[in-house]
Write a protein that binds this ligand. Structure first.
Ligand code: HEC
Length: 258
């Protein structure tokens, strides 16, 4: 078994990386607070608590790093960000281990230096990791993007009201039609997922005739008897309700706008 071909449970462990990594991320600053807080208060740091926290931190950091390696193997993404994050994460986990070992030493100097270094290593590691999950622009985008978002034609920038099509018709088609009339599966060469598709019609031409519901195959086919060959949706499939048919009729009568 290799990292690139993990067993299902190993893969689950790898995918737990975004969860696991939060343990050392919280424990490490906690440890620093305990140690340096005591220094600030001119008290001896609580040795037992520091030791326990340092080892908890080292073990969870090791678990986070290991899961990260498994996950990286699965994703097979050779991006430079992943490579840098991997190195930063291994350095961080290594530093956490050093911190834990030095926590035993009676002289506090090396322990404190390692602790500060480990805390510092969290920033590039976390940043590079976040860049992969959220995109490199994520954190500061709200500061940079001063351009107002695209606005509707409303004078005060309110978005235009959703059309009848968007509000009512598209959801109906979505519920009862688009399982067969979608980009992957255009039965009858008819696409009902977009206004363009509906305007274009199917292999036999237009499916909506504005203002004429009974001449619009989109509705007329639904109104055929269930056992008719041309009835839509096919008899064994879920059917539109009377309300939905009435909404389709009203929409076509009103001009079938989008
Ligand atoms: C289970 C799959 C399925 C579902 C769901 C379905 N259709 Fe169809 N549809 C087909 C098949 C297959 C064809 C082509 C054979 C035919 O024309 O009867 C077709 C053809 C059509 C045509 C004729 C297109 C042309 O130009 O020939 C229309 C109109 C149509 N469907 C409308 C609908 C509407 C409206 C719905 C939802 C209310 C719907 N379909 C749901 C399978 C489906």
């Amino acid at each position: 078994m290799t990292f690139a071909d993990p067993s299902p449970w190993l893969a689950v462990f790898g995918r737990a990386h975004p969860v696991l990594l939060h343990a050392p991320l919280g424990l490490l600053p906690g440890l620093a607070l305990l140690e340096f807080g005591a220094v600030l208060l001119r008290r001896p740091p609580p040795r037992g608590a520091v030791l326990a926290l340092a080892w908890l931190c080292a073990l969870t950091a090791a678990a986070a790093a290991a899961s990260g390696l498994v996950w990286a193997g699965e994703s097979n993404d050779g991006s430079p960000t992943l490579g840098q994050h991997k190195i930063a994460g291994l350095v961080l986990a290594g530093l956490c281990l050093v911190v834990a070992v030095l926590a035993f030493a009676s002289s506090r100097g090396p322990f404190r230096i390692a602790l500060v270094l480990a805390c510092a290593a969290m920033f590039p590691t976390g940043h590079l990791g976040g860049e992969m999950t959220h995109g490199s622009d994520f954190l500061f985008a709200p500061l940079r993007d001063k351009k107002p978002p695209a606005k509707g034609p409303g004078p005060d920038g309110t978005p235009p009201p959703a059309s009848e099509y968007t509000r009512t018709i598209a959801p109906i088609l979505d519920r009862v039609c688009t399982s067969c009339h979608n980009p992957d599966k255009q039965k009858g060469e008819l696409l009902l997922t977009t206004p363009e598709g509906i305007r274009k019609g199917g292999e036999n031409g237009a499916v909506v005739v504005a203002g004429k519901p009974d001449e619009s195959p989109l509705l007329a086919r639904c109104l055929l008897p269930l056992d008719h060959d041309d009835h839509m949706p096919p008899a064994e499939k879920k059917q539109p309700t009377a309300d939905e048919l009435a909404a389709l009729r009203a929409w076509i009568e009103a001009g079938a706008g989008f």
